[in-house]
Design a protein around this ligand. Structure first.
Ligand code: MTE
Length: 298
């Protein structure tokens, strides 16, 4: 895409009643405005995105090492083109799709979302991408499809963390079908109008803004619709610390630290801690969990 967000609207231009930053970019080149989702308190706040430098230099991508600077240092060698994604399981149109075919004809939108890592740091990221629901609807979810499972590429030759076996790779994640279909849930292909940097999960990664960041699996090569709750990487490592749901919840602490507040990455004048909000401020998802004990289903 040949535009840079920084030269265009800023979050200050968004009228307060509107949801959050909601400019839509159309593939054809036309520019329009459209709101998605319902207005929600925190999400409607002025979100000032982190710099591209922050977003691409402080990362978790264990395939490239466990240090925050390792992905930026090591991910450059990852081969991201050509890239294909296997869509399988309980769908009408299974297949191996190139990322271009998967996205063909869909509007690439820009959305500024808050991003909250389970480690209690946060950023604000201007993503470009599509709603996961659009991809799932094209795939044709069958009646028995209750969950969606995701898998990250395995490239041991380019991935030092995979060679060292720092986790049980491939990295896998999953969502319940209603979470996957929620309009806030994105497959992102860019940040600030530029294709995703490798360390950010090129060429395509999940973004689920009301859940801890580890749900937002990077560099996806497989999307499977299933009738079983899928295994997820961090839950396999430590089920007591990392649940399947992993909704941002300031009232349910991590066994080893508080989730009540977060450190905003970005330094300078605005460096501070802030209170963590239920569902990371995306109140419109609360209805998905009505009647569930969120302490048990953490
Ligand atoms: N996806 C893969 N494949 N491997 C990972 O190690 N880390 C997760 C998530 N997705 C991870 C991943 C975690 S813990 C977080 S907080 C986010 O990616 C970090 O995304 P960011 O580096 O773009 O901020």
């Amino acid at each position: 895409m040949a535009y840079r967000w920084t030269n265009d609207l800023s979050p200050k231009d968004v009228t307060p009643q509107e949801v959050f930053f909601n400019r839509r970019k159309f593939m054809a080149g036309a520019v329009g405005l459209g709101a998605i989702g319902a207005a929600s308190g925190a999400a409607a706040q002025d979100l000032v995105p982190n710099s591209l430098e922050d977003i691409t230099s402080y990362n978790n991508f264990y395939e490239f090492g466990t240090g925050k600077g390792d992905p930026a240092k090591n991910a450059g060698a990852m081969i991201t083109s050509p890239w294909s994604i296997k869509v399988d399981g309980l769908v009408d149109n299974p297949g191996e799709y190139s990322v271009e075919d998967l996205l063909a004809g869909l509007d690439i939108e820009e959305r500024i979302y808050r991003f909250r890592c389970v480690e209690a740091w946060s950023m604000v990221v201007p993503w470009n991408g599509v709603e996961l629901a659009d991809i799932l609807n094209r795939a044709g979810v069958q009646a028995g499809g209750k969950y969606v499972a995701f898998e990250t590429v395995m490239q041991p030759e380019t991935m030092v963390g995979v060679r060292r076996g720092v986790l049980d790779f491939p990295y896998v994640e999953g969502l319940r079908m209603d979470e996957a279909m929620h309009p806030l849930t994105m497959l992102a292909t860019g940040i600030y109008g530029e294709p995703l940097a490798n360390q950010s999960g090129a060429p395509i990664r999940l973004v689920v803004p009301w859940k801890y960041g580890f749900k937002s699996i990077k560099s996806i090569v497989r999307i499977t619709v299933t009738d079983q709750e899928p295994a997820t990487t961090w839950n396999k490592i430590n089920a007591r610390e990392y649940g399947f749901y992993s909704n941002v919840n300031p009232e349910v602490d991590h066994p080893r630290w508080s989730q009540g507040s977060e450190r905003m990455i970005g330094g300078g004048l605005f460096a501070s801690r802030q209170d963590t909000l239920m569902f990371n401020g995306y109140d419109e998802v609360a209805s998905l969990y009505e009647g569930m004990d969120l302490r048990e289903n953490f």
